[in-house]
Design a protein around this ligand. Structure first.
Ligand SMILES: Nc1ncnc2c1ncn2[C@@H]1O[C@H](COP(=O)(O)OP(=O)(O)OP(=O)(O)O)[C@@H](O)[C@H]1O
Ligand SMILES: [Mg+2]
Length: 602
């Protein structure tokens, strides 16, 4: 999305850029010199927008620093449903007005309201919608579904949720009699590291639409496991030393996000880490256990009764709560008992068996020992353990593969509320024993992400370098080289021979990119009549970057055009700023006119 343009729009847009020279510049010179002076805000507020739970915490900054890590204040008013160990988080559930799409209720309150039918049935209830961004098919619009499977533009649901959180934050400050203007808050929004660019960008746009970012630079996206990693250092709860390499496994409701960091500075007040391996993970969060338990109900009672229960919102939500309670209190040994709603037990016209017969049939076929007494289903611990294991197995396999590859990892730190799961802790410990690696679980592992996000918000150069996930560059015309370029790409203009559509990489995949890294190139117009240059920002996921911009792996992720004044040499400078979670691309002409595009880095 181009941010600012003073360049005149002409109809004679030509994609005719020619590389003139290449320069990597430092942060104080070049096209980004103005935007690199960040404003200091009085408050830093970090939002952990989770699949299952959402929380925020904040700090009052004293000229860009906070006095002590204890000065990071979690929102004390939020809590999740009973049976759950999450603190400072509320359910990521929202009710929207069907006609205006405005938020009616958010959080645990929305969940209760949905359960108690206290809301107007024509309103729409959404939950677990963050996962729908991860599961979305690239190139299709982002749609999320409400409880009745009706779709809506995902942007609306995220915007309304964030707007609500912002309101709660300011109400919280007002109650404490703390005065704070909207322009004095720097917002940090956490996102899973394993999301694609499009999903991250949607989150940013939603934050802008919710007016978190009212001026340029008022919002930063933080990668969830990175934020947690910074908290591990800043909290001092884990004694990490310079050069220690550690893995952070953020076990959430939807995803498990993993990152490997090396300590550059083990200073609690000013921690510094660098990325050793790009973030990775998968959809192996705790809600995958819920899905398996629900699949078990379908297997036992049949599709007809199961569908009947899914249409009964009250019964469905009550069953979800009961599964949540059974899951969170499961220690691997005690047989959980789950109360089933009538809609799952009442026979439909297509069922010839009673619920008790259905359970007996399931037991006979699967050699299981489930018991149904009234509406209570006892699931043997062995069956429940097996359900847990299928989710846990994916996590362990991935951690195992990473430890085989990155042999210098000294500690594995588990964060996120799924970390509270005893079977997960035990199985992780057993795996790490084989590598002689220590498992560390900080106090309140679910808070680590939002608290670390405040640390990141105070100083985004806390993560000093990352590995480029992809190759980023622009499409250019290059002087034609008979040895290198195929003849069908030859273009002759003003007597000059050029090769069209060359991929000019600014950073290459897996390259180490320091925080705030800038690459600048000077491009020359291709023919004398040219009044505008079009910059197409490209990305490729190939290990070896492709030579040309029409390679199948190359995607255009941004585009901007810049005016070329007729008086002058016909040169423009294009710069890319990397290193944080975002990529900024800016072009400047000889009159100082500039155009900028901001994209989200993966
Ligand atoms: N003891 C437990 N056993 C199993 N699961 C648990 C336990 N305690 C909490 N959970 C699960 O952890 C999840 C919440 O964790 P967390 O708050 O870290 O996730 P999130 O931030 O909402 O999700 P994500 O980070 O994937 O977007 C919920 O699905 C909850 O059921
Ligand atoms: Mg999370």
């Amino acid at each position: 999305m181009p941010r600012k343009t003073k360049a005149k729009n002409t109809t004679t847009v030509k994609n005719t850029t020619t590389v003139k020279s290449t320069t990597a510049v430092n942060a104080t010179t070049g096209v980004f010199r103005n935007i690199l002076k960040p404003k200091t805000y009085g408050f830093i507020c970090a939002i952990d927008f989770g699949t299952s739970g959402t929380g925020f915490c904040y700090a009052v900054s004293n000229n860009g620093t906070i006095d002590d890590k204890r000065d990071i204040i979690p929102n004390p008013d939020w809590h999740v449903l009973p049976g759950n160990q999450e603190r400072g988080k509320t359910n990521t559930s929202i009710i929207l007005d069907k006609t205006t799409n405005a938020c009616i209720k958010f959080g645990t309150e929305a969940k209760y309201a949905a359960r108690d039918y206290a809301f107007n049935e024509s309103d729409r209830f959404f939950e677990l919608f963050k996962m729908q961004l991860y599961e979305h098919i690239p190139g299709t619009p982002f749609i999320v579904k409400d409880a009745t499977s009706d779709g809506i533009d995902a942007m609306i649901v995220f915007r309304e949720s964030l707007r609500f959180i912002k309101k709660v934050f300011f109400e919280h400050l007002r109650r404490k009699n703390v005065s704070c203007s909207e322009m004095d808050v720097f917002w940090v929004l956490t996102i899973p590291a394993i999301w694609d660019d499009a999903a991250k960008l949607l989150m940013r746009k939603a934050a802008v639409a919710a007016e978190l970012e009212k001026e340029d630079g008022q919002l930063v996206l933080a990668l969830e496991p990175e934020a947690a990693s910074l908290w591990c250092l800043a909290s001092g709860g884990i004694s990490l030393k310079k050069k220690d390499i550690y893995m952070v496994v953020d076990c959430g409701g939807g995803t498990v996000d993993i990152t490997i960091h090396e300590v550059e500075r083990a200073d609690e007040r000013c921690p510094r880490v660098k990325e050793v391996a790009p973030a990775s993970g998968g959809a192996w969060g705790s809600t995958s256990i819920d899905r398996c338990v629900f699949k078990l109900f379908e297997d036992i009672f049949g599709r007809n009764r199961y569908n009947q229960m899914m249409k009964d919102s009250l019964g469905h939500i009550q069953l979800q709560d009961d599964v949540e309670r059974a899951k969170c209190s499961f220690n691997g040994e005690i047989n959980p008992v789950i109360q089933l709603p009538d809609s799952l037990l009442n026979s439909t016209k297509n069922d010839s068996d009673t619920p008790n017969q259905a359970v007996s049939n399931y037991n006979r076929i699967n050699q299981a020992r489930l018991q149904l007494k009234g509406s209570n289903l006892l699931i043997p611990a062995a069956i429940f353990s097996e359900i847990f294991s299928s989710a846990i197995r994916s996590i362990l396999n991935h951690v195992n593969d990473l430890l085989v590859k990155y042999v210098n990892v000294k500690y594995v730190v588990m964060v996120g509320n799924f970390t509270n799961c005893i079977p997960l802790q035990k199985q992780m410990e057993t795996l790490l024993d084989t590598f002689k690696i220590k498992l560390i679980i900080p106090d309140q592992p679910g808070d680590a992400i939002m608290k670390g996000a405040v640390i990141y918000g105070l100083d985004s150069s806390s993560v000093t370098s990352r590995r480029a996930r992809k190759t980023y560059g622009v499409s250019v015309f290059e002087s034609f080289n008979d040895m290198k370029h195929p003849i069908e790409r030859l273009v002759i203009r003003d007597g000059k021979r050029s090769c069209a559509g060359v991929f000019d990489p600014f950073v290459k995949k897996n390259q180490i990119i320091p925080s705030g890294h800038i690459v600048e190139r000077i491009y020359q117009k291709g023919d004398n009549q040219q009044t505008e240059m079009v910059i197409r920002i490209l990305v490729s996921d190939e290990d070896e970057f492709p030579q040309f911009s029409d390679h199948y792996s190359v995607k255009v992720i941004g585009i901007h055009s810049i005016n070329i004044p007729m008086k002058g040499t016909g040169r423009i400078t294009t710069g890319m700023l990397f290193g944080n979670t975002e990529l900024r691309c800016k072009s400047v002409n000889e009159l100082g006119e500039e155009v900028e595009t901001t994209l989200v880095l993966t």
